[in-house]
Design a protein around this ligand. Sequence first.
Ligand SMILES: Cc1ncc(COP(=O)(O)O)c(C=O)c1O
Length: 567
Amino acid sequence: MISSPTRGAGSPIRGPASTARCCGAHPTPSRQARAIASIRIDRVVLQSIGSPLGARVTEFRAALCARRSGRAQGCREEMCREERAAKLIEQCILAAAITPDPTEPPRMDDFSYTNGRLHAEGVPVDEIASKVGTPTFVYSSATLLGHYRRLAEAFAPVDPAICFAVKSCGNPEICRLVAGAGAGFDVVSVGELERVWLSGAPMSGVVFAGVGKRRDEMLAALDGRFSPLAGSGVKVNGMGPEGRGPIGLFNVESEQELEVLEDAAREAGVVASATLRVNPDVDAKTHRHTTTGKRENKLGIDLARAPAAFDRFGDSPHLNLRGLHMHLGSPIYSPDPYTEALKRILIRIDEIERNGHRIDRLNIGGGIGADYETGSTPSYSTYAERIVPMLLPLVGRGVKILMEPGRTLIANAGVLLVRVEYVKETSGGRFVVCDAGMNALIRPALYDAFHFVWPVRVGEGQAPARRSKKPEGPGLVPSHVVGPICESADAFIRDWPMPPVERGDLLAVFSAGAYGMSMASTYNDHPLPAEVLVDKGSWRTIRARQSVAAMLLGPEACGPQPAETTA
Ligand SMILES: Cc1ncc(COP(=O)(O)O)c(C=O)c1O
């Protein structure tokens, strides 16, 4: 029998642990207090002095003081919960005033041209291609971890649990890297859930979203005995899935799903922790296929119905309904959709709390953009400056904030290497036909997405100064860069001014780390690409290229795959 999920230490989505009491009914959130106290003062806080954030913090403190003077006269604790929060925020502001700006210029990625040759963290990528072949995704750990660190620093004042969206890039090595940096995980299927478990990350740091979760998936997330890998002999750190604990949170998308989750939790003998995914009806101003927060989208429940859902399920012995979740879409290039949605959500949180329910989780989802062109995404501070002030009052009263970024962390950390098979001139233009296309990277075909494509080796003056939709340089030739798939949608880019290439040349498709390999398919029976990770000047294959035999007969038919590595 598995015991109820605890809220113990170690999980990035855990909140206040202490329940020591001071004046009346306010728990002292010692973990929260420590988290706020240990905030690394960054540019957001530094800029907060005299900024809208500073004004909000001041306003927040004033409200706390007013409430305190009207209430806690008789409290014998030196600092009650709210006073402590106010004090810590004050410390942050003071520290900001004396701490030098720790920011460094945001770096798009660690892929750059030296002597006409593309390098990843100093490793020539043509060397990788010559050993591993093409198509191959090459990831830079420095880029991934750099983005993670900057995001965490920008939002440090609210100390969010950052749950990496596995759907953006699920390679176990990538998962291990972000877990090592402190991330939890956002998953949307039992497959992604097991992928996270296989990477060795704790289940307690996992949030499970998705509009169509099946009951069996919920069971596997609640209790490893129901894992599809149970009984397979697979072990992680010497343990099978049977012994693992339940995940941290379900992001539940409908009342019916709450019924099913309640039932699954009853069967597993646990209490399922959940947030309710709400649809705030806000336009994220992104592609219609990746907009998820408008009322015509299938995701979440109408925000107006959230209070009733809490009334109905708030007292369930098998559910711990803890808060709200939103995810507006992706990529989002402005803080505005977040602030608009939060404005609406905060009103509902008040209503839910007035109805007697406790909210201690708010998940603001993912969606922050990535630089498909140099400098196209606002800095993380630009988002944080507007979003953080709206969250601080919640954090001050013990609400744990969660985020689910994927693209913004991993998109720029990956390039796709492809080889030119043919160059053919037709009356319709010059077609550069590569050995992979929409089968490896479907974003251009599916979303009309822009990816900068450039030869891995270039002549004098042809290394791109910046990645832009209007490249400049000597000798560029308009080209349609296409794949081998039998569809006219199969193009990386059309009418694209690029240095001329020949059969056998290598091309790099930039910013391909997110929704590249994870959306790759074997369409037309092309095997899946390889994946390589560059880390501090050395590289290794983190997923071997799928062989035709493995694709057709299953991996068991093929024996172990060789892994290429070099220092
Ligand atoms: C629920 C949820 N959270 C997070 C994400 C990650 O979005 P992004 O990769 O844009 O950060 C997605 C993407 O579809 C999602 O559906």
